[in-house]
Design a protein around this ligand. Structure first.
Ligand SMILES: Cc1ncc(COP(=O)(O)O)c(C=O)c1O
Length: 396
């Protein structure tokens, strides 16, 4: 065992957490006793170094206005990406946002006019589609190809859409939620070259970049394709990596000066969201400066959870196919052999198995018949989940 105990079950009930306390508010179809492995945060305690630093900050007794505009904040964020990914971020490029999803909305407004098209690759994290639609832009889908249990980009299909002058922006999910792909450098260059040829902006959502399987390597889009970095905006955050989603802080990298000015105009002058809370700042600095060993151990633990699920599926759920994730703590399972429609599948999962997962259909038509399990939980919870699924599907 390493230094951290990820087997420990931490009581979450009574903390206003979405995953447990508010599951039936956000997912009214779920029974009260459903085991929740849906929303993407971890059931692991945060690194004790973060917890201690937050205690120290609480003891400073005043929680007035704070700002990230100090050297220590920039050094922590830039240092992390430089050490872990060989990505040297110019601090003038770094902007904060309460979240990656709000940043997507800001950027959609900045980069694209109403009615213009934005290309996404379904099945994909469903707020991409929602934010495009809610901001009155057009969703343009270039579905991933699912071939022999593996997902790939459809370059020809993508180029046909990129050629349309009404389509202005591509939102890349890297690593990809829910299918777990960690895109190779050559794949990134191929898609960027198409965007370059047809003059598209790119947002690269890299929120999952730190959760990577042992034999994989995440390359920031900007590093793979620095020749196009003026047209790439990258969204990063410590939230998925260090279980800090409730802190509401993310770091957005914008190289283009005109877009930086528009970002400040919208987020600062118009919406005044430029002052993060004091706890988010301490947590982010500590995570990026001191918690490298923690993330490495989390990744090892998640590797083992994935291995457990893979063995379980082969032994007890022969009709289910597992898409082996290269990154993220999300496992994408193909239940289509049961021949159930999306509502029937959801009902078996909720009422016969008693587990609340993210249903595949919410990620688009392409996800119908699939289920997404969040595996960032102690092994005992993962075992309970898999045993419940086995019971729920017995005889089907
Ligand atoms: C690809 C992706 N982007 C963004 C988010 C959420 O970002 P935030 O909580 O910073 O808005 C998630 C959460 O699951 C995600 O998977």
């Amino acid at each position: 065992m390493g230094r951290y105990d990820f087997d420990r079950v931490v009581e979450r009930e009574g903390t206003n957490c979405l995953k447990y306390d508010l599951k039936t508010t956000f997912m009214p179809q779920a029974p009260e006793d459903a085991l929740p492995l849906w929303v993407a945060d971890m059931d692991f305690a945060c690194c004790n170094k973060i917890v201690n630093k937050l205690h120290e900050r609480v003891d400073r007794e005043i929680y007035g206005y704070t700002s990230h505009k100090t050297d220590d904040y920039y050094d922590a964020v830039c240092g992390w990406f430089s050490r872990r990914f060989g990505w040297d971020i110019n601090r003038d490029s770094l902007f904060i946002s309460p979240g990656v999803v709000p940043a997507l909305s800001f950027l959609i407004n900045i980069l694209v006019e109403e009615g213009e098209g934005i290309i996404i690759q379904k099945p994909v994290y469903y707020p991409f589609e929602a934010k495009i639609q809610n901001n009155n832009r057009k969703v343009v889908n270039s579905p991933l190809k699912y071939i022999d249990g593996k997902y790939e980009m459809d370059y020809d299909g993508f180029e046909a859409l990129a050629r349309d002058k009404n389509n202005k922006l591509f939102i890349l999910c890297s690593p990809h939620n829910p299918v777990g792909r960690v895109w190779k450098e050559e794949e990134l260059r191929k898609i960027v070259d198409i965007c370059k040829k047809h003059d598209l902006w790119i947002i690269s959502d890299e929120i999952h970049c730190d959760i990577i399987r042992a034999n994989q390597k995440h390359t920031p889009l900007e590093v793979a394709c620095d020749y196009y970095k003026d047209r790439i905006i990258t969204c990063t955050a410590p939230s998925k990596s260090f279980n800090l989603a409730g802190m509401q802080i993310s770091n957005i990298i914008i190289n283009n000066e005109e877009i930086r000015a528009k970002w400040l105009d919208l987020t600062d002058s118009k919406f005044s969201i430029g002052l993060p809370n004091p706890f988010a700042l301490e947590a982010t600095k500590t995570a990026y400066n001191e918690c490298e060993d923690w993330i490495d151990e989390v990744n090892e633990y998640i590797d083992e959870n994935i291995r457990y699920i893979s063995d379980f599926v082969s032994e007890h759920l022969p009709k289910v196919k597992m898409v082996m994730p290269e990154g993220t703590y999300l496992v994408w399972l193909d239940f289509r052999e049961y021949g159930l429609d999306s509502k029937e599948l959801e009902n078996v999962m909720l009422h016969e198995a008693g587990v609340l997962l993210d249903e595949g259909y919410i990620f688009g038509e392409e996800g119908v018949g699939f289920e997404r399990i969040n595996v960032a939980s102690p092994r005992s919870i993962i075992e309970d989940c898999m045993n419940r699924i086995k019971v729920g599907f017995e005889g089907k």
